[in-house]
Design a protein around this ligand. Structure first.
Ligand code: FES
Length: 112
């Protein structure tokens, strides 16, 4: 199992969390399985960006994002160089530390 540290997020994970996932699983699945209810408006099919995360540790151990993912990421709120769509990140053996952005494009469009 691979350890994934999740930094605290006010609504989704107030105290942060340390979870374990099987290699081959996607990061979004691992978060959801552990009750971290990251948004996934397109049902994990790389078509919405609401599952955006920033991979603070272990980013370089991951497979590169596809062009499709990069195109979607361009629309994400708070994009950083270590941003990924968690539904497209396949867990490998290296420990990861992820940050959940404060907003998603859904929230921004609803609240502002
Ligand atoms: S859930 Fe929509 S892009 Fe990941």
């Amino acid at each position: 199992m691979t350890v994934i540290k999740v930094k605290p997020h006010k609504e989704l994970c107030p105290d942060g969390a340390v979870i374990k996932a099987s290699p081959g699983e996607t990061l979004a699945e691992a978060l959801l399985d552990n009750d971290i209810k990251i948004e996934h408006a397109c049902e994990l099919s790389c078509a919405c960006t609401t599952c955006h995360v920033i991979v603070r540790k272990g980013f370089n151990s991951l497979d590169l994002a596809t062009e499709e993912e990069e195109d979607m990421l361009d629309k994400a709120w708070g994009l950083e160089s270590e941003s990924r769509l968690s539904c497209q990140v396949v867990i490998e053996n290296e420990e990861l530390e992820v940050e959940l952005p404060k907003y998603t494009i859904n929230m921004v469009s609803e609240e502002h």
